[in-house]
Design a protein around this ligand. Structure first.
Ligand code: HSE
Length: 309
């Protein structure tokens, strides 16, 4: 019987522009790691948090990984407890799905300690409870891709169904993370609760076009469908230089460019040949607005969270 397990869960781009709260994809370059040791003492204890941030709550109830594991322990009525060590690779408040990745890595590690491991779909619900601690609401666009891998669409909350959508092979994702913190709660709080009928129609068409473009390898359709007419216009003021960074990417031939999750990271889908120049231009545009940034160019692989030790 294994007593200690470590799992890795990748960062994610939530929304992917047109799929607010329901569509997201993995970024293999970075992620969080969670190590769990089985304990004779029931309950969930967070022993340490290291990495990009050490200021997250150690109380299990208030921590995304801790809350997800509590949901698992309570639901399964486990007789043993879990001692948890979290290593954050994803910057806090970056829009790269850090809270989701910790919750996902936790449930994947916890699952490996069970006598009868659960399916990923069953783990999804525990991880959703963890994510809700951080953002104040249940949404799956970071949790589902981090868990399953690739570009993932989720339909439903109480009985979620997930679908991995194929991504055209030519596509690369450029991510530029300006050095600033943006609270997901705040970026959700500012959103209007109502949307005009014409914007609903436009956004539905773009989401449908985006998904069909992925299935049919149609980059021209993806380009035309990439515009988020609902969320991006409301959030872009939270990110200094957003319009300039987006324009820099689009002028160099990006397929599309928008806010990653709740921001401030901005992502662009593009073809491999233009990825480096688009990345350089986005970094320069942020710099012109006084912001240094980290950046990554990533394939959108199909690997989700997994046990690594
Ligand atoms: N879909 C969420 C949002 C992702 O945009 O608020 C943030 O984690």
């Amino acid at each position: 019987m294994t007593d200690t397990v470590t799992a890795f869960a990748p960062a994610t781009v939530g929304n992917v522009g047109v799929g607010f709260d329901i569509l997201g994809h993995t970024v293999e370059a970075i992620g969080d790691r969670v190590r769990i040791t089985r304990s004779a003492m029931p309950g969930v204890r967070i022993l340490s948090i290291t990495g990009t941030t050490e200021t997250l709550p150690l109380e299990a109830e208030k921590n995304t990984a801790g809350r997800a594991l509590l949901a698992m322990v309570e639901s399964l009525n486990l007789s043993f407890g879990m001692d948890v060590e979290i290593h954050k690779g994803i910057p806090l408040g970056s829009g790269l799905g850090g809270s989701a990745a910790s919750a996902v890595a936790a449930v994947v590690a916890g699952n490996a300690l069970l006598d009868a491991p659960l399916t990923k779909l069953e783990l999804l619900k525990f991880a959703m409870e963890g994510e809700a601690v951080a953002s104040g609401s249940v949404h799956v666009d970071n949790i589902a891709p981090s868990l399953f891998g690739g570009l993932v669409l989720t339909v439903g909350i109480d009985h979620p169904r997930t679908k991995q959508i194929p991504v055209p092979e030519a596509v690369r994702c450029v991510l530029v993370h300006p050095h600033m913190f943006l609270s997901t709660r705040e970026a959700r709080r500012i959103l209007s609760g109502t949307v005009s009928l014409s914007d609903v129609v436009w956004q539905c068409a773009n989401l449908a076009g985006f998904i069909s473009g992925c299935y049919t390898n149609d980059l021209a359709m993806l380009r035309d469908a990439f515009t988020d007419v609902v969320i991006e216009p409301q959030r872009q003021a939270l990110i200094p230089g957003f319009a300039a960074v987006q324009k820099a990417a689009m002028d160099l031939g990006a397929i599309g460019c928008s806010i990653s999750g709740a921001g401030p990271t901005i992502f662009a889908w593009c073809e491999q040949s233009s990825a480096q120049s688009i990345c350089d231009a986005m970094v320069a545009a942020f710099k012109a607005h006084g912001l240094q940034s980290d950046h990554w160019i990533s394939v959108i692989g199909n690997d989700g969270a997994r046990v690594i030790a």
